[in-house]
Design a protein around this ligand. Structure first.
Ligand code: SF4
Ligand code: SF4
Length: 264
C-alpha cells in the first residue's frame, strides 16, 4: 500500500498528485492468474513494506509468534517517517519473496495489504475540517504486468470486496493515524530507540511480545474497559493492537482514548 497524501493545494483545488486520476465509479480491466506470462514476476525484486496488521495475519497463518516472524522474515529500515522505523520483508538470496512457492503465493489467504491492493493505490484525504476521511483509488501498473490486458472488468467496490480489503483498509487507517502521531516526534527528547519508542515498536510490530507485557504489568487492570472489549483484547490480536494504539495515543499525546480506573 502506498498512502497518497494530498497536499494543501491539492485539497483546495481538488486536484491530485501529478498524473494520477481517481477511478471513481469507472471500471478497470484486470486479472491475475497462473495463465498470465508474468505470473509470479511481481513477487521478486520488490521492496515490500509490512504494516502492523500484515505481521499479525502472517504470523498467525504460519503458526509462529510475532517475534519469531520479525527475526526470520523482517528487516527494520528507515522509511518515510523520520521518527519511527519501518519494516520491510526480507527477500531470499535470489531476491524473491520468502513466501513465493513453485505454484504461487504460499500465504495467499494472509498476503500483505500491498499484494492485495495491486493494481490499485489508495489515497486518503484526512482534512480534519471535513470530518470523515475521504478515500480515492487510482489504477497503477508495473510495466511487466500483463494482468491489465485481461478482459475482466471491475469497479473499485468489486475489487475491494474480492480482495477482502475493507477490513485491511480499516486496520491500515488505524496505523496511518499512529504513523502521523509518530511523525510529530512525540518521544519527549528520548530520541530514537529510547524507552517510549521501544514500547511503541513492541505494540505496533510485536503483538505477542506486547501480550506478554500486558500480562506481566497487569495493564488491563489500569483502565475502565467494558467486559466485551476485555474479552476481545484477551482473545484477539487485532483488538489488542487497537488497545495498544489507544494506550500510545494517551501516553504520547494525552488523548482521552482510555479512561484510567480510580485507585482504590
Ligand atoms: S506475499 Fe505472496 S503475493 Fe505477496 S509478494 Fe510474497 S509471494 Fe507474492
Ligand atoms: S505481474 Fe501482474 S498479472 Fe503478473 S503475477 Fe503480478 S499482479 Fe499478476
Amino acid at each position: 500500500m502506498r498512502e497518497i497524501t494530498m497536499n494543501e493545494t491539492d485539497k483546495q483545488d481538488k486536484s491530485f498528485p501529478a498524473g494520477m486520476v481517481p477511478l471513481g465509479k469507472s471500471k478497470f480491466s484486470f486479472s491475475c492468474h497462473p495463465g498470465v506470462s508474468c505470473f509470479m514476476k511481481c513477487c521478486s525484486n520488490v521492496d515490500m513494506l509490512l504494516y502492523p496488521y500484515d505481521i499479525i495475519g502472517l504470523k498467525k497463518f504460519l503458526g509462529i509468534r510475532s517475534d519469531q516472524f520479525l527475526e526470520k522474515y523482517v528487516q527494520v529500515v528507515k522509511g518515510a517517517n523520520p521518527f519511527f522505523p519501518a519494516l520491510m520483508m526480507k527477500m531470499t538470496s535470489t531476491n524473491s519473496c520468502p513466501f513465493l512457492g513453485a505454484e504461487g503465493c504460499t500465504v495467499y489467504e494472509q498476503r500483505p495489504l500491498s499484494c492485495r491492493m495491486y493494481p490499485l493505490e489508495r489515497g486518503v484525504d484526512r482534512t480534519p475540517e471535513k470530518g470523515r476521511a475521504a478515500e480515492f483509488y487510482f489504477l497503477t501498473r508495473h510495466d511487466y504486468c500483463k494482468g491489465h490486458e485481461e478482459q475482466q472488468d471491475w469497479s473499485v467496490k468489486e475489487w475491494l470486496r474480492s480482495q477482502n480489503l475493507l477490513f485491511h483498509n480499516a486496520m491500515a487507517d488505524q496505523w496511518a493515524e499512529m504513523d502521523t502521531l509518530f511523525a510529530k516526534n512525540p518521544w519527549a527528547g528520548e530520541g530514537a530507540a529510547g524507552p517510549m519508542q521501544k514500547l511503541a515498536f513492541l505494540i505496533c510490530y510485536n503483538i505477542d511480545g506486547f501480550r506478554d507485557y500486558v500480562a506481566h504489568h497487569n495493564l488491563l487492570d489500569l483502565f475502565k474497559i467494558s467486559p466485551n472489549r476485555l474479552r476481545s483484547i484477551e482473545n484477539d490480536d487485532e483488538a489488542l493492537l487497537t488497545f495498544g494504539f489507544d494506550w500510545l495515543k494517551l501516553l504520547l499525546a494525552g488523548m482521552p482514548t482510555l479512561q484510567p480506573r480510580k485507585k482504590r
